[in-house]
Design a binder for this molecule. Structure first.
Ligand SMILES: C[S@@+](CC[C@H](N)C(=O)[O-])C[C@H]1O[C@@H](n2cnc3c(N)ncnc32)[C@H](O)[C@@H]1O
Length: 279
């Protein structure tokens, strides 16, 4: 899908780094690790899934016990992220473009990105999340000094105060996409950018096949989230972004970590940039 608000010149797709050399060995290790983790964790996974499947019949938005547990204990969520993005979880941020100035980090969680950027003095993060336990843990761990507890759909922040609004691996958690993009646009200075960096499915599942854009699932390990393919995410953004934003670039790079080389649902790392007009 393409409309007038997509800048044709910069829409591009990077090649995956899988082929040849040590990459083959690293992919093999990641796939082997997936099998080991799966065997070790499958009793917890299947018990939780069994409960979710039963409860979902009564309440499609039922939150699984595991998701509630991780919400209360964000350290467990962080451990899960380490497992999901094995072997080096911070690598997931390597796809991000250079950041500078005032950056609103939406869904900062416990501040893993702040840790990754700790030696970069050119960027000042405002850390926003709906999860107070995650924010408090991030502060206790010294990942950030301050945070804003709130929802990007109604952010308690001033108009035109940011050079960038960054959704680092959290866009699929934002249920009201249109509202979130409208708020992002309000918060951006003219010429500022929205960066959406999210893992996307490599190919369409049967559920997605019938749909365009994204689709929502109630996942046993993530709660109610959006699922996107690369094309689906792009289409979803084009449909939901306000008129003052233009899609500037679409890139994809399949970094070697376990989310991407999950044997059942292979993913790749997508980065889409929307620019606010008038800069
Ligand atoms: C997968 S975590 C990503 C955490 C972090 N960005 C990282 O890279 O590890 C998604 C985060 O988005 C937050 N979140 C979900 N909906 C949100 C919303 N509407 N506004 C702000 N944060 C939200 C969740 O609380 C969670 O901490």
């Amino acid at each position: 899908m393409k409309d007038g608000r997509e800048s044709a010149a910069v829409s591009m797709r990077e090649l995956s780094p899988e082929a040849g050399g040590t990459a083959g060995l690293r992919i093999f290790i990641v796939r082997a690790a997936f099998i080991v983790f799966f065997v070790l964790l499958s009793p917890i996974y299947y018990l939780n899934r069994y409960d979710l499947l039963r409860q979902k019949k009564k309440n499609p938005f039922y939150t699984s016990k595991l998701v509630r547990f991780m919400y209360k204990h964000p350290i467990v969520y962080e451990i899960a992220l380490y497992v999901n993005n094995f072997p080096k979880p911070s690598r997931v941020y390597e796809v991000l473009p250079e950041l500078s100035g005032e950056v609103l980090q939406v869904g900062c969680g416990t501040g893993l990105l702040n840790k990754y950027y700790r030696n970069n003095s050119g960027v000042r993060f405002t850390n926003l999340d709906v999860s107070l336990p995650s924010l408090e843990l991030g502060k206790r761990m010294g990942r950030f000094d301050s945070y804003v507890h709130g929802d990007i759909c109604k952010a308690p922040l001033r108009d035109e105060s940011f050079d960038a609004v960054l959704f680092a691996r959290c866009f699929h958690h934002i249920r009201r996409t249109r509202k979130a993009l409208e708020e992002s646009c309000r918060l951006l200075k003219p010429g500022g950018i929205v960066i959406v960096a999210d893992p996307v499915l490599m190919h369409k599942t049967s559920a997605a096949e019938k749909m365009t854009g994204g689709y929502m699932i109630n996942s046993s390990v993530d709660g109610v989230i959006w699922k996107y393919t690369l094309e689906g995410l792009k289409e979803h953004l084009l449909r939901n972004m306000p008129a003052d934003l233009a899609l500037e670039s679409t890139t994809e790079k399949r970094l070697i970590h376990m989310t991407n080389y999950n044997l059942k649902y292979p993913h790749t790392d997508a980065v889409m940039i929307l620019r606010k007009l008038g800069g």
